[in-house]
Design a protein around this ligand. Structure first.
Ligand SMILES: Cc1ncc(COP(=O)(O)O)c(C=O)c1O
Length: 389
């Protein structure tokens, strides 16, 4: 039987052919990865016996205290969360593990999780692995529609609500300030867990930063999840979760039982990166880098895609979510021909749990040069136009 994961694999079809431009994977730009700083930090850590052995030994399942302190002092205040204690932070194996650990703690087979329409395919995959039923809530440009959320809540009695508030994957939308407050109030009033997954928040290139949903949480229903993949290195596999100590204690047990803890060496590198002010020095450069790439991608979609194609310019992040006009081929079918036009993308259907999205595609521009973005959109646009009825 074909399960959701194998369907998703087909939709991604992350290509191995070297001449195919892979706009499917949401990789950050190589230039955003602080290679020089990591070289320097690696030397410092390994030079001294004490720090070298510390890096190579077992450590606390909750994560290295230095990194938890750095998250509480350097990252969470940027999200409107002040006074966070390191005891409320759990270091995870990438952002993805914040989701699996939360499911270990809260989800039993058959439970319902309310997700945005559309939502992140891999999150849906994770939720399905735990045998949860995902039900999507309608959204507008400001995030989840509160009326639909309330109706679905009453109908399905969900265990969890999953929200990606900034430059949402895949739709690119940002949950407005009002909606953030309303979501926190809703989670508190209905006493339901809300997972706030915010890996792109630092990649804002237009508009004003907004406080997190978690910053409005009065009763501890919101779990704030984040990742170091887009601000440090995806290969290091680092993420974190911030929640009340009671929740952290359950997550701690799940983490211990699955893989003990995250690589200490990687945690030490990230902690020093934050503590030495390297992150603050670099984040402006990263934002400018993506602002430029997003401009190039937007211009080439407008130039090459069929008239009537629709996309909303995101205020940050790494993706464009494009809806093709009527008469175009289903994007899953277009993807099957990728070797002809040598561009890969994610077909829209994998981001929906209700059969929609066949006219949509997600295009990631993060790790390509201007020339590659222009050439890729040109080839893809021409192919789509040629197959249009
Ligand atoms: C919404 C969302 N959550 C979580 C993740 C996982 O991040 P990581 O690579 O750190 O596991 C991603 C990565 O693309 C994402 O888009």
């Amino acid at each position: 039987m074909e399960n959701f994961a194998s369907v998703v694999r087909k939709l991604f079809q992350a290509t191995t052919a070297p001449d195919v431009l892979n706009f499917a994977t949401g990789s950050p730009a190589n230039a955003s990865i602080p290679l020089e700083e990591i070289r320097e930090l690696s030397r410092d850590i390994l030079e001294q016996d004490a720090s070298g052995y510390r890096a190579l030994q077992y450590n606390d399942p909750q994560g290295l205290i230095d990194l938890r302190e750095a998250v509480a002092e350097k990252l969470l205040p940027r999200r409107g969360i002040s006074g966070a204690k390191p005891s409320q932070v759990m270091i995870t194996q990438g952002g993805m593990e914040t989701l699996t650990l939360s499911c270990h703690v809260f989800i039993d087979p058959g439970d319902v999780i309310l997700i945005e329409e559309p939502s992140f395919t891999q999150a849906i995959e994770t939720f399905k692995l735990f045998e949860a039923n995902c039900v999507s809530v309608e959204c507008d440009d400001n995030g989840m529609l509160m009326d639909d959320l309330a109706a679905k809540f009453d109908q399905y009695k969900p265990k969890m609500i999953y929200v990606i508030p900034s430059f949402q994957n895949p739709a690119g939308r940002t949950t407005s300030l009002e909606r953030r407050k309303a979501l926190a109030e809703f989670a508190n009033a209905r006493d339901v867990i809300l997972l706030e997954d915010d890996p792109y928040v630092e990649l804002r290139y237009h508009g004003e930063d907004l406080p997190s949903i978690k910053s409005f949480d009065k009763n501890g229903n919101v779990i704030f999840c984040n990742s170091f993949s887009k601000i440090f290195s995806p290969g290091m596999r680092l993420g974190y979760l911030f929640a009340d100590e009671e929740i952290i204690s359950h997550v701690y047990d799940a983490k211990t039982a699955t893989n003990s803890h995250v690589a200490v060496y990687n945690q030490m590198l990230a902690a020093e990166y934050l503590k030495r002010g390297m992150f603050e020095n670099r984040i402006g450069f990263i934002r400018d880098l993506y602002k430029h790439k997003a401009d190039v991608a937007a211009a080439s979609i407008v130039k090459y895609f069929p008239e009537g194609s629709h996309f909303v310019r995101p205020e940050g992040g790494l993706f464009f979510w494009v809806r093709l006009p009527e008469g175009c081929m289903d994007t899953t079918e277009i993807l099957e021909h990728k070797d002809e036009f040598k561009v890969s993308f994610v077909a829209g259907a994998g981001f929906f749990v209700n059969g929609k999205g066949h006219d949509c595609m997600r295009l990631s521009f993060g790790n390509f040069s201007d020339e590659q973005i222009d050439a890729g959109m040109h080839r893809l646009g021409d192919y789509i136009k040629a197959t249009r009825e």
